[in-house]
Design a protein around this ligand. Structure first.
Ligand SMILES: [Zn+2]
Length: 260
């Protein structure tokens, strides 16, 4: 090898970017936050259960399969470009585990493609529907950014716009898909919301949480997991709502589950 060739080689090596290992390590911490929202059997497993992971990162399903051994985990995401190992995971997990792991690239609002999940809204539903930092992306309504800053003007590219979150519509859809809906949301100011798509995205404000819990406490069985474990009493919704909001003013994260 002459000198020139060697230089080129080195240059090539420098260009190679360090992989982002947090894709593999963050889910470990995230799963520890969610664990108590599942209903594990006496062996600490989820045998025979099916989980739908909406907005999946592809890694949590792998770890969940290894630890809880459910029957099936289906992950959906609108865009897997951040997770190029999606198809490899799907293929190779078959060699090592019983859990059937599937991934589908489509949106929760794509009714036609949702049919492959084989749910009928009644008997055939997932036992668990997981939304980890995904719920705030399910905004569909009109722009509400002016509520937050009166100076906001909607732009064609919807940059800085924030759509309205239609709680009833969204949760009705989620309950069609599964029995227990597990929601985790967290806001870290240093973290950029890389997957904010047009007007969708942005952490929920207290006002939005108020609307969401006002609706959920009315007819549903809600259980808070983080920041504190407790079951709000739906007969006392007004007081519970005040308690929840007071907590949410102190912390920037929440994990809860809801059943109909
Ligand atoms: Zn706007």
């Amino acid at each position: 090898m002459d000198e020139k060739e060697g230089e080129e080689c080195e240059e090539g090596a420098k260009k190679e970017e360090e992989p982002d290992w947090s894709i593999w390590t963050d889910p470990l911490e995230e799963l520890s936050e969610i664990e108590d929202a599942f209903e594990l059997d006496e062996n600490g497993k989820l045998r025979g259960k099916a989980i739908l992971d909406i907005g999946t990162d592809c890694v949590k399903p792998l770890y969940m399969a290894l630890k809880y051994e459910p029957e099936k985990i289906v992950g959906i995401n609108e865009d897997f470009s951040l997770y190029p190992f999606e198809s490899t995971l799907k293929q190779k997990s078959k060699f090592f585990m019983e859990t059937d792991i599937q991934f589908h690239e489509f949106s929760l609002f794509d009714d036609e493609r949702l049919k492959v999940l084989g749910v009928d809204g009644k008997e055939n539903r997932f036992h668990f529907v997981l939304l980890y930092k995904t719920l705030h992306h399910l905004r569909t309504g009109e722009c509400v950014a002016r509520e937050r800053g009166p100076k906001h003007r909607c732009r064609e590219d919807e940059k800085c716009c924030v759509y309205e979150f239609r709680g009833k519509e969204i949760f009705d859809r989620l309950f069609e898909l599964g029995e227990r809906v597990i929601v985790c949301e967290a806001f870290y100011p240093q973290e950029k919301d890389g997957d904010k798509v047009r007007g969708r995205g942005g952490y929920f404000t207290i006002k939005e949480w108020d609307r969401i819990f006002r609706y959920l406490l009315k007819k549903h069985d809600v259980k808070l997991i983080r920041p504190t474990k407790y079951s709000p009493d739906s007969k006392n919704a007004k007081m519970e709502l005040r308690k929840i909001k007071a907590k949410l003013r102190q912390v920037d994260y929440i994990c809860f589950y809801v059943k109909k």
